[in-house]
Design a protein around this ligand. Structure first.
Ligand SMILES: Cc1cc2nc3c(=O)[nH]c(=O)nc-3n(C[C@H](O)[C@H](O)[C@H](O)COP(=O)(O)OP(=O)(O)OC[C@H]3O[C@@H](n4cnc5c(N)ncnc54)[C@H](O)[C@@H]3O)c2cc1C
Ligand code: SF4
Length: 333
């Protein structure tokens, strides 16, 4: 049986107390639902001197409509609540869809939006028992000096595997994070992740995520999410595709975005697709051209399970599926 290592545990009742603990304990780690942090602690993939529970914090689990029409989503909102929330389903159907496809029902009941946004990266060479990793000589991400995915690679390429990240990127969302020393700051989700699998977030150790802000949907917004995974009931993505575009006059596409994930350490916003689709009719011909562009830009690695060649062949298939799904079922209301 895998056991948790020893650590101090605190469960503050206010955000400022959480921030004070983070400021005083550089080795402190936040735990929300614990569905990722706890297995990682058990496997020795992550360590913590102090574990700070967010479960007693009030007011971080709500969905609030702001005056400008944007939605404010609390970091402690569970995935189950997010997926089932009537306003989120109506206004941001691709986000509700992605939340409902994360892990299995038990994880979604415990797991939170904040934990998902801040999820650690994944790799077949790191998400293993300590014994397994030791036998391999560890790797760059933890305890070692070499990467087993990119030979002589100097940077970890473990994959961003959180389903919310590509969707929030297509929706132009931003994050409100806070620290005791510097107060609150806002950062676009598109700028939050970096190409470094050791730590793919621009979140300082003394900061916590408070809220996710999603702007009011543009007129005629259509969006959808498509996810390739071995078992639809529980698994992490082998490929994630989030799409969003506007059909302001119902017949021509505007401002199209496609973001792929589960490939590299951060979600990848495809280049040139906005220009390719602008002003064109939402037809199968256009979807095929966009799918071809996605295929040309996607280069899966052997960082997560699933044959990399197969995952690349699935890119155009899942891009077409997401684009069609957005047209048929993904209109914001
Ligand atoms: C079998 C299994 C399958 C899974 N499948 C998927 C999947 O398909 N897709 C997917 O995306 N995930 C999957 N997960 C991972 C996980 O369940 C989800 O990502 C979940 O949303 C994590 O949320 P949590 O609240 O449990 O995070 P935690 O485990 O509590 O935290 C995760 C990380 O976020 C940090 N954190 C949490 N809250 C905050 C905050 N407010 N501010 C700053 N940092 C914070 C923690 O310190 C930790 O580093 C799976 C997990 C398991 C065990
Ligand atoms: S990508 Fe390389 S360094 Fe990163 S976890 Fe995998 S094997 Fe380790």
């Amino acid at each position: 049986m895998l056991r948790l290592p020893t650590f101090d545990y605190v469960s503050p009742g206010t955000v400022s107390e959480v921030l004070a603990v983070l400021a005083e304990n550089p080795d402190a780690r936040l735990v929300a639902g614990g569905t990722d942090l706890l297995p990682n602690l058990k496997h020795g993939i992550e360590s913590a001197g102090t574990v700070v529970s967010l479960s007693r914090l009030p007011d971080l689990s709500s969905v609030t409509e702001r005056e400008d029409g944007s939605l404010e989503l609390g970091a402690m909102l569970t995935l189950e609540a997010l997926a089932g929330h009537a306003t989120v389903r109506a206004r941001l159907p691709s986000l509700a869809q992605a939340a409902g496809l994360i892990a299995g029902p038990h994880h979604r009941r415990m797991g939170t939006l904040g934990g998902n946004v801040c999820l650690n990266t994944r790799c077949v060479y790191i998400n293993q028992t300590h014994f397994w990793r030791e036998a391999l000589g560890y790797c760059l991400k933890k305890d070692g000096s070499a990467c087993h995915v990119v030979r002589r690679g100097k940077r970890c390429v473990a994959a961003a595997s959180n389903d919310s990240a590509p969707v929030l990127t297509t929706l132009g969302a931003s994050l409100i994070v806070a620290s005791a020393a510097r107060g609150e700051r806002t950062i676009a989700v598109a700028d939050f992740y970096v190409f470094d699998g050791v730590n793919n977030k621009t979140l300082e150790p003394d900061e916590m995520l408070l809220k996710v802000i999603v702007p009011a949907p543009a007129r005629g917004l259509h969006a959808a999410y498509a996810k390739l995974r071995p078992r639809d009931s529980i698994d992490f993505p082998r490929l994630s595709v989030a799409v969003a575009y506007e059909l302001p006059d119902e017949s021509t596409v505007s401002n199209l975005r496609i973001v792929l994930s589960a490939l590299a350490a951060k979600p990848i916003a495809l280049r040139k697709v906005t220009e390719l689709a602008e002003g064109r009719a939402p037809t199968e011909d256009l979807w095929s051209e966009l799918a071809d562009s996605a295929y040309a830009q996607a280069h899966p690695l052997t960082n997560i399970d699933g044959d990399a060649t197969y995952r690349r062949e699935m890119v155009p298939v899942y891009v077409r599926r997401a684009l069609r799904d957005a047209l048929e079922h993904g209109a914001s209301r």
